[in-house]
Write a protein of this length. Structure first.
Length: 328
């Protein structure tokens, strides 16, 4: 149906598969479905399709009725592919079921493509992400990069937008992705109205790195274990390469080489990560002021810790604490 200006609303088609995550389907319908111009006219029409119309199982105890088959993809302006249970199984391995591939071949070359969470594996399998920057849930980023080396996988962001192909991180990052598309299509005011109506922030600070859970590792039988144990017990102290090498009973040069072999990073990079993760836990679990936490974690000052948080997580320590403790 066209609006009074004679333009049909932008058609968004959500392509779902068995085992879909209902929240991801709801995100697309809620956000695009409530976007309207100043006169209240809808700016999008949202349709749901599958490889065949009918009941589609979800990852919960209910199914959804999908009214459309793949033909509606032929008229799509934007196609969104949410995650499904099959994305997490060994059958993924870079292959698409024939009906899924055939359905996606109907999508016009001019259409915008987007995925939520591990729906990115579907876009990658079609070749749509080749040579493009992309992301997915942080738990699956390494596998996406391994299966599709031609894709520039960024594990730290909430979403990517590369020449008409967009991807997002885990479930709720689909909200950020949809708001971004609305903002790009119709401007900040429309996107902000949608965000307010949905009671979500119009733009979240930082990326998904702040949501990755990395507990402090325990020492093991590796040759640098003694040095790492020593460092973990003294994160608040000024530590040097010489200190760590002495604990490992080896030269600095040998320590650097062994550390790279055993952890994939240099000793100082490893130490910085442990201090950051320790500070994160203190922010989540205590009410200590930022300066005190900075001292306990070995950053020295609150200013230094803020810089590290910005560089590694894209947010300030205060913003991080607000997110994970809900305190001002």
């Amino acid at each position: 149906m066209s609006d009074e200006r004679g333009r049909a609303p932008h058609r968004v088609v959500v392509f779902v598969r068995p085992g879909l995550l209902p929240m991801e389907l709801g995100i697309v319908h809620r956000l695009f479905g409530t976007a309207a111009d100043e006169d209240g006219r809808p700016l999008y029409s949202v349709l749901t399709c599958a490889t065949a119309p009918g009941e589609v199982a979800t990852d919960t105890d209910f199914s959804v009725h999908v009214p459309h088959g793949p033909k509606v993809l032929e008229s799509a302006d934007t196609v969104v592919v949410p995650a499904a249970v099959e994305d997490y199984g060994p059958q993924r391995r870079g292959r698409l079921a024939a009906p899924v591939r055939a359905a996606l071949e109907r999508v016009p070359a001019s259409a915008r493509l987007a995925s939520i969470c591990t729906g990115s594996f579907v876009l990658a399998a079609t070749g749509a992400l080749e040579g493009r920057r992309a992301t997915t849930h942080w738990k699956s980023c390494a596998e996406l990069a391994s299966l599709y080396p031609e894709v520039d996988v960024d594990p730290d962001v909430l979403y990517t937008d590369d020449r008409g192909v967009l991807t997002s991180a885990g479930v709720a990052a689909g909200i950020d992705l949809c708001l971004h598309m609305i903002r790009e299509d119709h401007g900040v005011e429309v996107a902000n109205r949608v965000a307010r109506g949905t009671v979500v922030p119009p733009h979240r600070e930082g990326g998904q790195a702040q949501y990755v859970d990395r507990p402090v590792p325990q020492a093991d039988g590796a040759s640098t274990a003694a040095a790492r144990t020593y460092a973990l017990q003294r994160l608040g102290e000024p530590l040097t390469l010489e200190d760590l090498a002495r604990q490992a009973a080896m030269s600095v040069r040998t320590l650097n080489r062994r550390f790279r072999q055993e952890t994939g990073v240099t000793p100082m990079q490893w130490l910085g990560r442990q201090r950051l993760d320790y500070a994160r836990r203190l922010l989540e679990r205590s009410d200590e002021p930022v300066d005190r936490i900075a001292a306990r974690a070995g950053f020295g000052t609150g200013t230094a810790m803020r810089q590290h948080f910005r560089e590694a997580l894209g947010v300030s320590p205060r913003a991080y604490r607000n997110t994970f403790r809900g305190t001002a």
